[in-house]
Ligand binder design. Structure first.
Ligand SMILES: Nc1ncnc2c1ncn2[C@@H]1O[C@H](COP(=O)(O)OP(=O)(O)O)[C@@H](O)[C@H]1O
Ligand SMILES: N[C@@H](CCC(=O)OP(=O)(O)O)C(=O)O
Length: 366
């Protein structure tokens, strides 16, 4: 299997809490030492590796004696993360140092990777660190991120980091060896080795519960991560971290194939400087777009500018421009649909409505 681990220049590796933190609440040092050795092998082969490491909340919760693994309230999670992150960073720095590698810590919030200027800044920092031969170790800045502005799971964070780093591949190491057609705890669950397209059937397979009780997103956030990564041309694998040399992907895993057509189009959409007009949307629609949805008329507030169907337009949320995409309607018809539901639209337009004002396949988040 020639998934990027063997071939890409930049690889992002995400490590889940259940792998990093033992039942006693401490870092599983022996396991982490073997992963650090695996990373060092890749480094010597000329590959640049970025680590996205979970575990701060689980580590801190045990240290502070907090109930529910520190996830009982946002305040507990923030205190646990602040306490656990320092131990997590220490473990990574020490074990990578044992391999002759220098570690660097980057803590990011959702806004750092969503807002264009900050995204470019994070991207430049990652690039510089990698150029200097350092292994960046990234986590969400849980101790300052509030509920509305946090990823809450490192799977999607890792996908965003992989895109920001211009990585060719992303490996999510977990306590499970990939995606099954239903929760593997259920009888008859079947393993999927390759996913070409993430459709509703694939999404329905993933349960959002975390069996270990330490992680946060379960399989649902991993499939969401696969959507972000593959849509930007980054191949992704979910693999078990419990095998020898997990990064070689020699053991069973699930590969999500990168979309080779979308990136250029999306990069073009995202990179263009002019737009025929702007659709202003409410906070709910902005959140839906950020989660990978289409722009529905129900969430539109106002339309500026003149544009035809197929023109590039900007989409602006309450805090400014969030996306660029191709208009499904010309400006006049789009304006008539503002705030409407799909079952009202045929009567307003006099023809069969399209699914959205901007379809998610023709939308690039900025
Ligand atoms: N369809 C599925 N395929 C595989 N695992 C699933 C599925 N649905 C739910 N899960 C659960 O998701 C868990 C992995 O998620 P999680 O515990 O959050 O991992 P991590 O800490 O590595 O992020 C698995 O151990 C399994 O119990
Ligand atoms: N940022 C959190 C990790 C949240 C998370 O996604 O956990 P996991 O599902 O184990 O990868 C922490 O460090 O505890």
């Amino acid at each position: 299997m020639l998934f990027p681990p063997a071939s890409c220049q930049r690889l992002v590796v995400k490590v889940g809490s259940a792998l990093l933190v033992g039942a006693d609440g401490a870092v599983r040092r022996d396991w982490l030492a073997s992963l650090a050795a695996d990373i060092a092998v890749r480094h010597r082969d000329g590959q640049q590796v970025v680590v996205v490491s979970s575990g701060a909340i689980a580590l801190g919760a045990r240290r502070l004696g907090l109930a529910k693994g520190g996830r009982g309230s946002l305040e507990d999670a923030q205190a646990a993360a602040a306490t656990g992150q320092i131990a997590l960073a220490q473990a990574w720095a020490g074990l990578l140092d044992d391999q002759g590698l220098t570690a660097a810590q980057i803590l990011v919030t959702l806004g750092d990777l969503e807002e264009r200027r900050r995204y470019l800044n994070a991207s430049a920092t990652l690039g510089r660190l990698l150029g200097l031969g350092v292994v960046p170790v990234v986590n969400e800045n849980d101790s300052v991120a509030t509920e509305e502005i946090r990823f809450g799971d490192n799977d999607r964070l890792a996908a965003r980091v992989a895109v920001a780093a211009g990585a060719g591949g992303l490996v999510l190491l977990s306590d499970v060896d990939g995606l099954y057609d239903r929760n593997p705890a259920l009888p008859g669950a079947t393993h999927l080795s390759r996913v070409e397209r993430i459709d509703a059937a694939i999404e329905a397979m993933a349960d959002s519960g975390s069996a270990s009780g330490m992680g946060s997103g379960g399989m649902a956030s991993k499939v969401a991560a696969a959507r972000i990564a593959t849509g930007a041309g980054v191949a992704m694998a979910i693999a078990s971290g419990k095998v020898a040399s997990p990064l070689s992907l020699a053991a069973r895993h699930t590969l999500f194939v990168a979309d080779r057509t979308a990136p250029a189009r999306k990069a073009w959409l995202a990179g263009g400087l002019t737009a025929g007009g702007t659709i202003h949307v409410d906070a709910g629609a902005a959140a839906a777009l950020r989660s990978g949805g289409s722009l529905l008329a129900a969430g539109a507030l106002r339309i500026d500018g003149r544009f035809q169907r197929g023109d590039v337009i900007a989409v602006a949320g309450p805090d400014g421009t969030i996306a660029r995409g191709l208009a499904e309607y010309d400006a006049d018809d789009a304006a008539r649909l503002i705030g409407t539901r799909s079952d009202e639209q045929a009567a307003i337009l006099g023809y069969a409505p399209r699914a959205a004002l901007v379809h998610r396949n023709h939308l690039a988040l900025l």
